[in-house]
Every structure is written in C-alpha cells, then in structure tokens.
Ligand binder design. Structure first.
Ligand SMILES: Nc1ncnc2c1ncn2[C@@H]1O[C@H](COP(=O)(O)OP(=O)(O)OP(=O)(O)O)[C@@H](O)[C@H]1O
Length: 260
C-alpha cells in the first residue's frame, strides 16, 4: 500500500510546490511551497491578489507548466514522471480546460468543437453523455453554427461542454467569466456548479471575482505564492472581506470589480 491511499480522494494536488521564474536579481518565486489538494467531486476556486501565483498554480497543477521543485499530481499520477508525450496524452484524456478567451476553433461548428478533444484522442463520443451536456449548456439549436455566430456567453458554454465531453478527472477554468457580462458569466458559473453537483465532476477555477468564487464549494486563497486560507461554503461578502485583508494598503482588482 502506498502512502497516497491514506489521503482523501483528490482529483488534483500539488505538494510543496515551488515555481521560480528568472534568476538572480530578476528571480520571482511565483509559488513558494504550496501544498493543496483539489477534492474529487468538488468545485474549488483559487483566489488571491494580482501576482499571488493563481495562474502559475493552475498551470503547474494542470501540466501546462512544470514546477521548479515539489510535485503535481492528477489522481495518483505524478506529472514529473511523464515525458512531453505522456503529458500531452494526460491533458487530452484526463483534463478539461476552459479559458477566458473561449479558445474555440472558428472553422468548426459547435458540435465539432465540443467533440474535438475526443476526436483528437480517437475516442468515440458517448452519445448519451454528449446529449445531456448539449442540453445542459442549452445549445441544441446552435449545433451547426460557427463560433462567430454565437454570443460570448454561448461560446463559453460551448467551451464548458467541450471541457466535460470526455468525462475528465478534472476541469481547470482560468477566469472563465473574465470576458463575459455579469448575466452570461452567472450562467456559465451556474453551469459549472450544476455539472459538478449533478455528475460528480471536479472543477478548479481561477478567478478575481468574489461573486464568481461564491459559486464554488470552497475557495483557496493565495498571497505571495503561498496558500494562506481556505473557505468552505463561500459567500461573495465573506470572500471580499478575506480578499481585502490580503490586499494590504492598495485596492485589488478583485475588490474594485466587486464594488463597481
Ligand atoms: N513567465 C513568467 N516569467 C517571469 N515571471 C512570471 C512569469 N509568469 C508569472 N510570473 C510572475 O509570477 C508571479 C505570479 O504570477 P501569476 O500570473 O501566477 O499570478 P496571478 O495571481 O495569476 O496574477 P493575476 O491575478 O494578475 O493574473 C508574478 O509576480 C508574475 O509577475
């Protein structure tokens, strides 16, 4: 038996994660010894002031970037044990991504965009799951449209469907509402939350926005590359209060956005 079996089920985690950019005078410790587990079947938000290491943590946890030291695991797979091809396959088969800029392929239809990761992996789509996803994102009447014919909110809902299409172990979402108006953003957040609660999938989301973070089951807070707090059952008000105490004397983008 390995020691990992004693830990609560984590879809993804980092242990003693250190990420250093640059060297000498220009060295930045973007992650300075972070250990955090993202539990399976839960929606976790990562918050913290600008430059606190949120994106770095997400990129390293998702195998988009490598740690300077420490480990990043998806389930029990240590990413440092994988070569480039192994990492590519893991990202394709076990991880879903939602980015701020939607990242849909403009020449493909909505339906083709949704099944693209499965097509790339040579996996036949499971039709019942696809149908349920298409209904959940409310885009059945748009399946043969191109992304340019959709609103931003609709495009992001396609991206959410694509991220979940292959039943990944974890979906990482990087500021998924950053390019959306508040109503469309709310729809995308509700969709992420409903998918986690309805299907037991796992979502890890980086956000600046306390209102967005309040859709999660738990918020983890970073400051200066360190994990400084975790909050269960967050509300926007409690998240904003916690962010104010992390921001120090200057207003954070999160605080300014939430107050406008
Ligand atoms: N490629 C890079 N080269 C050098 N420094 C970097 C690089 N990427 C990030 N950093 C630095 O690492 C620190 C953490 O950056 P990161 O983008 O992870 O923070 P963040 O919390 O996501 O910030 P924001 O909320 O502004 O997006 C910052 O000081 C940043 O300038």
């Amino acid at each position: 038996m390995t020691t990992t079996t004693a830990l609560p089920a984590a879809a993804a985690r980092v242990v003693d994660a250190v990420k250093v950019y640059g060297a000498g005078d220009t060295e930045v410790r973007a992650l300075d010894g972070v250990s955090v587990a993202f539990p399976a079947g839960r929606f976790t938000a990562i918050m913290g002031p600008s430059g606190s290491g949120k994106s770095t943590l997400m990129h390293c946890a998702a195998g988009l970037d490598t740690l300077t030291s420490g480990s990043a695991l998806i389930g029990d797979t240590d990413l440092s044990a994988l070569d480039d091809r192994g990492l590519t396959l893991l990202r394709r088969e076990r991880i879903g991504f939602v980015f701020q800029a939607f990242n849909l392929l403009p020449t493909l239809t909505v339906a083709e965009n949704i099944t693209l990761p499965l097509d790339l992996a040579g996996i036949a789509p499971e039709q019942a799951r696809l149908d349920a996803l298409i209904d959940a994102v409310g885009l059945r009447d748009r399946l043969h449209h191109r992304p340019s014919e959709l609103s931003g909110g609709q495009q992001q809902r396609v991206a959410v469907a694509r991220a979940f299409a292959g039943a990944p172990d974890v979906v990482f979402a990087d500021e998924p509402t950053g390019n959306l108006d508040s109503r469309s953003g709310e729809e995308v957040l509700r969709l992420l939350g409903d998918t986690v609660r309805g299907t037991g999938r796992t979502v890890v989301m980086v956000t600046h926005d306390p209102v967005a973070a309040a859709h999660a089951d738990e918020v983890v807070f970073l400051a200066d590359g360190r994990l400084v707090d975790r909050m269960q059952a967050p509300t926007a008000e409690r998240v904003l209060d916690r962010m104010k105490s992390l921001d120090g004397p200057h207003d954070s983008l999160a605080g300014r956005r939430a107050l406008t």
